[in-house]
Design a protein around this ligand. Structure first.
Ligand code: CO
Length: 134
């Protein structure tokens, strides 16, 4: 059964954005990590069976910086856990769904990820997430 691996939220300032979750809701940060391929710094906040991923841009040219510039901070993507990212890419292609990534690439926390194009999912940016060390 598939599940939501995490929900990605674009933020301008990671520490300031964490405060309402940590100080206000008592949530605990699992880890903070730089993801060089995305030019972001992220914090993972476990919540039940899933996580919130707060993403702070480290570079004005990063996709997250451009998202914030266009639309302001807010929900950026939904990550669906899959067993085989490469296989999911192939089946999305076969279903005629536009992709951003034609090949899996390294993501946060030792995962393999690929993004589908929001046009393929009614405006929702969908990340496919394979835990390679699970
Ligand atoms: Co993500």
């Amino acid at each position: 059964m598939r599940r939501i691996d995490h929900i990605g939220i674009a933020v301008e300032d990671l520490e300031a954005a964490l405060a309402p979750y940590v100080d206000g809701l008592g949530m605990v940060v699992d880890h903070v990590e730089e993801v060089p391929t995305e030019r972001v710094r992220i914090a993972m906040l476990p919540i039940g069976d899933t996580k919130l991923e707060l993403l702070e841009p480290k570079d004005p040219e990063s996709a997250i910086a451009k998202f914030i510039e266009r639309r302001g901070p807010g929900i950026h993507h939904i990550a669906i856990a899959v067993e085989d990212v490469a296989g999911s890419i192939e089946s999305l292609k076969a279903a005629g769904v536009r992709l951003i990534d034609e090949e899996p690439r390294p993501g946060a926390g030792g995962t393999l990820v690929a993004f589908a194009h929001p046009k393929g999912f009614n405006g929702v940016l969908v990340e496919l997430d394979e835990a390679v060390d699970r």
